[in-house]
Design a protein around this ligand. Structure first.
Ligand code: NAD
Ligand code: UD1
Length: 331
């Protein structure tokens, strides 16, 4: 099976590339390197012994994307490419709508033109919005009070995929709603390396540990959670990747949606404690005001993926911390 990974040099895409190559899939990568580096290909090659064919192409460039498909002969597209910085999406909404939605439409048009019938899309728990719930099943309403353009693009792309699948009964669509991916490849060669200042907890914790950031600012300790700090469902990136592999094997015509999470919540203070245990290092922090748009607790109900895909997350938050520390040492 030949698979095109859009956004394949990015954080999640690169880990997926490694596992897919190891399992014998033929992999090509399309990425404009907006938020990733070409050196990732060296790392993939070092781990797997295979250097995937790489196309430095922007999905917004329709002609260039068409060229990739005309020579590709792909059986499946895994669509990781997208912009994902929540704060930036508030400042530059048109960029996010154009890149994420426009890019996806170009991709779907190329798939139609070249007869590619399978797509897996990287969605997010953010599509559930603010329903007042803390644990989410796939049947729950989506699009409720989503506060930022990034989250809205994920919701809108899900809707577009449904419509396209209705129009073409042969199309096989899997929407995977990621909860909070963290961690790195066990080799220490691949990990999360965001360009610019990170917004997410794990990359910030790591930069505090190296002294690049002075202290962790914990956004509020007055939520209705175990210790008042925000609770999330952190999933190891390699478990997340295994969820994609499980989905590939079960694809069928129509749209299938799965949460990819662990079903376990961890608070910010518990994350700090886990980091301190694994690293043996104290992590300086300060409690500050809540961050606008944050929810208290967001946890996946992963039962559907377990039941239908025969998949479940196996790694712990501490495993993820250990792998990220390994990655920091290796770099
Ligand atoms: P990432 O930024 O590391 O990877 C995305 C890749 O897409 C980057 O390499 C970037 O250069 C590329 N890209 C962006 N726009 C492009 C375009 N127009 N044409 C070609 N390439 C383009 O992000 P990631 O963490 O690996 O996330 C992958 C996907 O998963 C994204 O769609 C993201 O929204 C989604 N997701 C991520 C998280 C998370 O916490 N990491 C959570 C939920 C969903
Ligand atoms: C954020 C985004 C979400 C996106 C997800 C993955 C917001 C409001 N939500 O989710 O749309 O899908 O990232 O990219 O930005 N925290 C701190 N201090 C920090 C950073 C985070 O206390 O410096 C806390 C947060 O309040 C939260 C938890 O850590 O309770 C996790 O935060 P983060 O990693 O940003 O993920 P989400 O908020 O779940």
């Amino acid at each position: 099976m030949k698979i095109l990974l859009t956004g394949g040099t990015g954080y999640i895409g690169s880990h997926a590339a490694v596992r897919l190559i190891e399992l014998g899939y033929e992999v090509e990568i399309l990425d404009n390197l907006n938020n990733s580096k070409i050196e990732v290909l060296d790392k993939i090659e070092k781990i797997t012994g295979v250097r995937p064919t790489f196309h430095q192409v922007d999905l917004m460039d329709y002609k260039a994307t068409q060229r990739v498909f005309s020579e590709g002969g792909f059986d499946l597209v895994i669509h990781f490419a997208g912009l994902k910085a929540v704060g930036e999406s508030v400042e530059k909404p048109l960029l996010y709508y154009e890149n994420n939605i426009g890019g996806t439409i170009n991709l779907l048009k190329c798939m139609r033109e070249f007869g590619v019938k399978k797509i897996i899309f990287s969605s997010s728990a953010t599509v559930y919005g603010d329903t007042g719930e803390t644990e989410f099943t796939e049947e729950m309403p989506t699009g409720v009070k989503i506060v930022n353009p990034y989250g809205k693009t994920k919701f809108m792309i899900e809707e577009i995929l449904r419509d396209v699948a209705t129009a073409d009964g042969d199309l096989e669509v899997v929407i995977l709603r990621y909860f909070n991916p963290i961690g790195a490849h066990e080799s220490g060669l691949l990990g999360e390396d965001p360009n610019g200042i990170p917004n997410n907890l794990m990359p910030i914790v790591m930069r505090v540990s190296t002294g690049e950031i002075e202290e962790l600012k914990i956004y509020g300790n007055d939520y209705d959670t175990v210790d008042g700090t925000g609770v999330r469902d952190y999933i190891h990136v390699m478990d997340l990747v295994d969820g994609h592999i499980a989905a590939i094997k079960k694809m069928q015509p129509g749209v299938a949606i799965y949460n990819l999470g662990t079903g376990r919540g961890t608070s910010v203070l518990e994350m700090v404690a886990a980091f301190e245990k694994v690293s043996g290092q104290k992590l300086p922090y300060k409690i500050v005001e809540r961050r606008e748009g944050d929810l208290g607790e967001v946890i996946a109900n992963p039962d559907k993926a377990e039941r239908e895909l025969d998949w479940e997350a196996k790694r712990t938050v501490e495993d993820a911390m250990r792998d990220v520390l390994g990655y920091l040492k290796g770099n």
